[in-house]
Every structure is written in C-alpha cells, then in structure tokens.
Design a protein around this ligand. Structure first.
Ligand code: NG1
Ligand code: MG
Length: 584
C-alpha cells in the first residue's frame, strides 16, 4: 500500500503514538517519551478542570524538518522532509449536555470552545454559520444547503486561526450542505504544543493537521467508511493552511501526516501526491537548530517580510517557467475563439513538456526518476541560454526584458504571472533574478534525487559496512552543504545569522571529541529561510559534543538560560506522523 493511501492511525497507547520500538530505543526519542508522558497527563487533567468532562480523543501532529529540497515544492519537484518528535496535541470531546454552562457555547451544533495550555493564548468561543448567496428573502431550507463558514482573521496572526482553518475543511468536506446530512457536534478542545513557532519547523502545519484530526475525531468520522486516508488528509490540510496566508506547496503537511518512525520521506506531487518512506543511514542524526530571535516581536516582523520574500520567489520561478515555455515553443495555453487562455506554468511542467513525457494538464506527468534526472540536466543548459541577459556579468533582468522574453504583451504578462501581486506589495523591485532562481530549482531537484539514491543504495540498514555507512554520510552531507550555498547565493533566502550558525556547526569538524575530530557531515538552512532554523547531519556518537559546541560557539546564544537553549538546539529522530489517540 503506498504510504499516502494508508489510513490515519488510531492508537490507545503512547508507545504507538510515538512510533514504538523503531525510535523509542534511541536516545533522543527516549527523552521525548519521558517528557511526553507528563505533557499528556497534564493535558488530560487540565481538560477536565477547564471543561468539567474528560477528553475522548487526543489528536497529534508533529512538526517537520526539511533535509533537502528547498523552495522547489511549489515548482512541483520532489522534496525530502522528515517529521520531528516535537508536536502539537489537541485533546477534544463532544460537549455533553451536563457540561453546558453560560460560557460554554451552549449546545449549538458545531460550536467550539478552544483553550490553550499556553497562558498567552486566551479562551476562544466560535461557531460556524452557513453562508448563502441567495439574497435576503431566503427560505429556511435554503440556509441548510449553503456552505459552512467560519470567520478567520487574516489581518493579524491569531492562535485560533489555525484551529479554525482545520475545522473549516472538516465542515466542508464531511458535513455536506444538504438538509439530510448530520450536523457537527459541539466540541471542547484544549491545545498544547512544543514545536517552536516561527522557526521553520512548521508549527503551522502541525496546528492545522492536528486541528483537522481533532474535529474529525470528535465528530466520530474515523469510525465509518468516511475516514480519510493520509493522502486525503494532506490535501485537506494544504487547502486549510492556505486559508490562513501563504500560497505554499504541500511539503509540510505531507511530512506531518505521512511520516513513519525512523524514515524520512521522498514526497513528489506529480501526477498526484506520492510519498516514499526512506530509511536514513544508521548513524545519521539530524539536528535542527534555530537562531535566537529574542522576543516574539522579532519573530512576527520576520514572518511579515518572509511572507513577502516567499511570494516574490514564487513569482520569479513562475515567470522563469513562462519565459522558458515561450522560448521552447511549448503549447501551454489554449485558445478560446480569438482569445488566448493563459495559465500558470511550473518549471516541472516545462521540463515534462520539453522532455516529451507530459500528457495532460490534470494529472498525467509521469514520475520517471531517470527521465526526470536527464530532463533536469537539459533544462539547466536551456535556462542558461535564455534566462541570462545579453550583457556580460549581469544575471538579473529588468521587468521590460522579462515581458519581452515572455511572448506576451505587458498587460497580459501582468495579468498572468504572480508578478503583479508582488509589485503591489513593494514598489522597489525592478529587476528579477530569473536565471539564478531557475538554476537553484533545477539543481536542488537533482540533489534531492541524488540524496534519495544514496539513502537507498546497497549496504542498507541490515548489513551496513562501516565504509559504506561513512561514505554515504559524507555524500549526503556534501549535498546538504551545497544546498545551503545555493539557497544563500542563488535563491537569496538565507540570513546572516543563519549563515553564522551553519559556519559554527561546520566548524565542529575541528573539535577534538575524544573519539577523534567531530563528525559533522553537513549543515544547511531549512524551511522557507530568511531566518529560522538550520539542520545538521551529525554522527550518532557525536551528538552531545556537537550540541555543546554549538551552544558555546554561536554568538547569539550568549546569555540564554539552559532551558531556552534546550528548545533552540536539540537532537531528533525522524518521528511518527500524525495520529489520533483514543481513550478506552
Ligand atoms: P516554512 O518553513 O514552513 O515556511 C515554506 C512552505 C513550504 C516550502 C518551504 C521552502 C509554507 C506553509 N510552507 O515552509 O511549502 O515551500 O517554505 O522549501 O509556507
Ligand atoms: Mg509554516
């Protein structure tokens, strides 16, 4: 059964929730399990104290770290993330009649009382409405066939927005707008989490996935044939997360939902979502490490500018694809009478059409990895021929040059690229680095394929020879280092402090550990970038020495308490994906 087609697991023991023996035997997981027990107990106790009844389910979704394949999911190329052990937990239960009080949202169908163990996030009560477009004079029955609606405030970042985003998808996918379908039950939920927010570890995906699961569970949707598969849950969660903000790809939700303990995932999006669990070399430990933002104000400022930068990169890669499809004379548009009907084209589609394995817009671009690899190499040459400006030394092109090379007139180009949206948010962008962005995307996609191949190559988990293991780790580390340098130089999505952190991590190879020099194989930024987090590949035996080295040498960690430091730099095994815990 392909990993994405598996059902979402329902467990009744914590050991199952965190992935049983595969990771529990290892140091890092053991640590989380011990801490985890207390968190779970507290969650159940507090739920009872706040709502006056017991939770019936706990939904769990982990954060993720991307090992390699940065900023290519929205160009439809495969990526290589893993779930981390840090997670969001949501305890939930239908609200029993006995627990209805003045503050509880009453017994209104679908009403929600949401509490958070973090005291900064206050109690929220909300209920879905049905939004109809039929005007004022609406017969009562018609109200029942209108889609569900929840107000989500996009003007500021509010904690409950992610809860609502998850709920939204449940309402509209599982409570169809027909008068005979059942209505959602009133639900009480309590949220807790230890995925550091705003750090590139996808606390947002973990929130949306766990919220989606909590509302599915509370409404008993797992017990029938309606239960979604993991892949279906990913698609709902991607859709849900877009309701909160960025137009992102599907990497984060895939990792959070589909991951299996001890494995990273090769996730591809074409022809449809596919995830292949891949075991990493035995001695590999990945260490996410985030730089110290200081207070939360800095985090949210970073989030604002990063959102803008992110959307600009999406626009640049789409523009590069548009120019290349014109250059290659690809028939990407259709005609409607005398009018051209333009659409957005990804770099992956250009490659597939050029290489002759594209079949139709919907869904039939074959994922043949050998063909893909060959196509990527070809595309690198073509990008160099066409996306670089005429004059020597320059890599960027102006808006006018870009339009000229797109085969469209100005109005059409602005209408049919994401460039206009980006221009609206900042008047300053006059030049675009289409060549460097495309080069990054194609080369990064190649690195992902290589990374996958090295992990799968002989030796493997059962009979690894020391030599094999060591040289595999070296190759993986080199790919990660190269990825970082490409993110920094070509995609311009790193940050000086992140570069410092990468430098400090890599300098571990000069450190004497008592077992020889520190075995660090590679270190890179992870996630969207412009701040956030790094991930390093370190030999299992050297993890503790590595953590000490980074804590001591990274200037921004100076003066931080041990407790805060522990949430900045930590070891994690590839963890278990999302699940639902059922109280029996
Ligand atoms: P993060 O690190 O969560 O901001 C973002 C996108 C991903 C992917 C990476 C870059 C969201 C929710 N996720 O991740 O889809 O494009 O950037 O590789 O925006
Ligand atoms: Mg995110």
């Amino acid at each position: 059964l392909p990993a994405a087609d598996a059902p979402i697991p329902i467990f009744t023991t914590l050991k199952e929730v965190y992935g049983s023996l595969a990771t529990a035997a290892k140091h890092a997981s053991f640590f989380v399990l011990v801490l985890g027990r207390e968190r779970w107990d507290e969650l159940v106790r507090e739920f009872d104290a706040k709502f006056g009844h017991k939770p019936t389910y706990v939904a769990r979704a982990p954060g993720r770290v991307n090992l390699i394949g940065e900023h290519i999911d929205y160009a439809d190329f495969g990526v290589f993330p893993a779930a981390i052990e840090h997670d969001i937990l949501i305890a939930c239960a239908p609200r029993p009649a006995s627990a209805v009080t003045a503050h509880s949202g009453g017994h209104t169908p679908g009403s929600v009382v949401a509490e958070n163990l973090h005291t900064r996030y206050t109690r929220q009560v909300f209920m879905p409405t049905r939004r109809h477009t039929l005007g004022d004079d609406v017969p009562l029955d018609a109200v029942r066939v209108a889609p569900w609606h929840l107000d989500i405030d996009k003007s500021e970042l509010r904690w409950e927005s992610y809860v609502k985003a998850g709920y939204y998808g449940v309402l509209n996918h599982f409570f169809s707008p027909s008068s005979i379908s059942p209505v959602p039950v009133p639900v009480d939920i309590l949220v807790t989490g230890n995925v550091p927010p705003g750090s590139g570890l996808s606390s947002s995906a973990a929130m949306v996935v766990s919220s989606t699961l909590a509302f599915l569970a509370a409404n008993g949707i797992f017990d029938g044939e309606k239960a979604p598969t993991k892949g279906e849950l990913v698609n709902i969660a991607v859709e849900n997360e877009r309701r909160v903000g960025v137009n992102s790809g599907g990497m984060d939700q895939s990792a959070s939902v589909i991951a299996l303990p001890g494995s990273a995932l090769y996730v591809s999006f074409v022809p449809s979502l596919h995830a292949e669990p891949i075991i990493l070399p035995r001695d590999a430990v990945f260490l996410p490490d985030r730089f110290n933002f200081g207070d939360s104000l800095v985090v949210s400022n970073k989030a604002e500018s990063a959102k803008h930068q992110y959307n600009l990169r999406v626009a640049e890669t789409l523009a590069a694809a548009r120019l290349l499809s014109h250059h290659l004379n690809l028939q990407v548009d259709s005609t409607d009478g005398d009018n051209m009907k333009r659409r957005l084209v990804t770099l992956r589609e250009v490659l597939a059409r050029k290489s002759g394995f594209y079949r139709d817009e919907q869904d039939a671009q074959l994922e043949d990895l050998v063909q893909l690899q060959k196509g990527l190499v070809d595309m690198l040459g073509i990008a160099m021929d066409y996306l670089l400006p005429e004059s020597d030394g320059r890599t960027d092109i102006s808006l006018d040059e870009m339009i000229d090379k797109s085969g469209m007139d100005e109005a059409e180009f602005r209408e049919n690229s994401r460039v206009r949206a980006v221009e609206n948010s900042s008047a300053e962008i006059t030049n675009f680095e289409l060549y460097l962005r495309a080069q990054h995307v194609f080369e990064e996609a190649l690195k992902v394929l290589k990374f996958r191949e090295v992990c799968l190559a002989g030796g493997g988990a059962f009979f690894p020879s020391v030599h094999n293991e060591e040289s595999k780790l070296q190759t993986l580390g080199k790919l990660m280092n190269d990825s970082h340098d490409s993110c920094h130089r070509r995609f311009d999505c790193s940050h000086p402090k992140v570069n410092d952190l990468v430098r400090v991590a890599r300098s571990f190879r000069e450190v004497e550990t008592g077992r020889g020099k520190g075995r660090i194989y590679g270190s890179r930024m992870t996630g969207a970038g412009w701040g956030g987090c790094t991930v390093s590949l370190v030999h299992r035996e050297d993890v503790e020495a590595f953590i000490m080295h980074v804590k001591k040498k990274y200037a921004s960690y100076e003066g931080m308490s041990e407790e805060d430091l522990a949430s900045c730099v930590f070891a994690t095994e590839p963890g278990m994906g999302a699940s639902v815990f059922k109280f029996t």
